[in-house]
Design a binder for this molecule. Structure first.
Ligand SMILES: Nc1nc2c(ncn2[C@@H]2O[C@H](COP(=O)(O)OP(=O)(O)O)[C@@H](O)[C@H]2O)c(=O)[nH]1
Ligand SMILES: [Mg+2]
Length: 353
């Protein structure tokens, strides 16, 4: 079975991934006004600190003003360039994230906003170069003052022109912060209604600890756990299921569906027949049918609770925890072998050594 992540080779991280998958670390995007305040404030500071030498007041003023213009250009371009480099390049993102962005953001608007920031960076550089060279050519007090004033005005208007774009980028960042941090490796998805014991199973299967709670939807984002099965790195995701129609799904439910479509190589369906989760067996079977075509492995949780064992007429074959572990190990080994063969075939496309 092939992994559907872009450039997928199991067990081999795409270097871009490691660097950019953590959407939580996207830095906030300031408004045009606060960027201008920062830049002009730093320029004023610089202007009052620096002792500038020169033969005439006109020369001193020209040098002082040039220094201030340098500061404004440097502060603005470095802030704006940081925004550009912190937002992921969509062409390089795995499909899961591109689809997630399309579902949760106005994708064309995001691209347009990044384009506008890019435009502003070159505009600030051009305006700066032009003003500084004119100031240093003339070195006349009144002309220097006029050129500086004009520069401040043009810079302000450039930034104001992209204010809406900056606002949209900040709005997008807040949404992207909630994206799960998924990796390019063999992926097992645990699916079932809220509260049935998915996170508990995730914690049993992996070495990481995710939060479990006695009430539904504690999960703000998808939980991920990691483990190594027979030397194969495995990602385990716990995904809340819903019977809601796609247009009624919340953000997490949408993410869960996408993860199933784009990432899952093995799906485990968790049934809670103890009644503790509040979902009837009938409802759970309805949810199971939604993903039955993916050949899920069936696990029954809370068997320690009285009434927690499935009745004789329970319609599915289910696995004990040990059997489940065994199956997962076998599937991970298979995938590793396939990836190895794929890599070999790639090195040697003709198939002859
Ligand atoms: N007694 C018992 N409680 C369990 C078991 N699995 C989960 N729970 C409890 O059921 C609640 C929901 O579990 P959780 O794993 O957070 O469910 P999730 O919403 O599907 O991730 C928590 O209070 C768990 O402690 C189990 O096997 N036995
Ligand atoms: Mg949970």
């Amino acid at each position: 079975m092939l992994c559907r992540l872009q450039s997928c080779k199991h067990l081999k991280y795409n270097s871009y991934f490691v660097e950019y998958m953590n959407f939580e670390k996207l830095p906030p995007v300031e408004s045009a006004k606060s960027l201008l305040d920062i830049a002009f404030g730093k320029a004023r500071e610089k202007g009052s600190q620096n002792k500038v030498e020169g033969n005439s007041w006109a020369e001193i003023l020209a040098k002082k003003e040039s220094l201030k213009l340098d500061v404004i250009k440097d502060v603005l371009t470095s802030h704006l360039e940081r925004i550009l480099s912190s937002f992921p390049q969509t062409e390089q993102l795995p499909n899961f994230y591109i689809e997630l962005m399309k579902l949760t953001l106005d994708f064309p608007e995001l691209k347009k906003s990044l384009g506008a920031v890019n435009w502003a960076v070159s505009r600030v550089k051009i305006l700066h170069k032009d003003a500084v060279s004119k100031i240093n050519r003339g070195r006349e007090v009144e002309r220097t003052k006029t050129l500086s004033r004009e520069f401040y005005g043009r810079i302000s208007s450039t930034l104001k022109q992209i204010d809406q774009n900056l606002k949209y980028l900040e709005e997008s960042r807040r949404i992207m912060k909630t994206y799960p941090d998924v990796k390019d490796m063999f992926t097992v998805c645990i699916y079932g209604f809220p509260n049935v014991g998915k996170t508990t199973l995730l914690n049993k299967l992996s070495s990481t600890k995710a939060k479990t709670a006695a009430y539904a939807f504690t999960t703000k984002s998808i939980n991920a756990g990691y483990s190594t099965f027979d030397g194969v790195k495995v990602q385990v995701l716990d995904l809340p299921g819903t019977l809601a129609r796609p247009e009624k799904m919340n953000n997490i439910e949408l993410q869960a569906e996408l993860a199933l479509d784009e990432l899952a190589e093995v799906v485990i369906f968790v049934f809670d027949v103890s009644g503790a989760s509040g979902y009837t067996l009938q409802k759970q079977i309805q949810l199971f049918k939604k993903i039955e075509a993916r050949n899920p492995l069936v696990y029954v949780s809370k068997t320690d609770i009285p009434g927690g064992m499935p009745e004789k007429d329970f319609p599915y074959q289910y696995l004990s925890f040990e059997q489940l572990q065994e199956k997962l190990h076998a599937r991970a080994r298979e995938a590793a072998k396939e990836a190895e063969e794929e890599a070999k075939a790639e090195q040697n496309p003709a198939g002859n050594l």
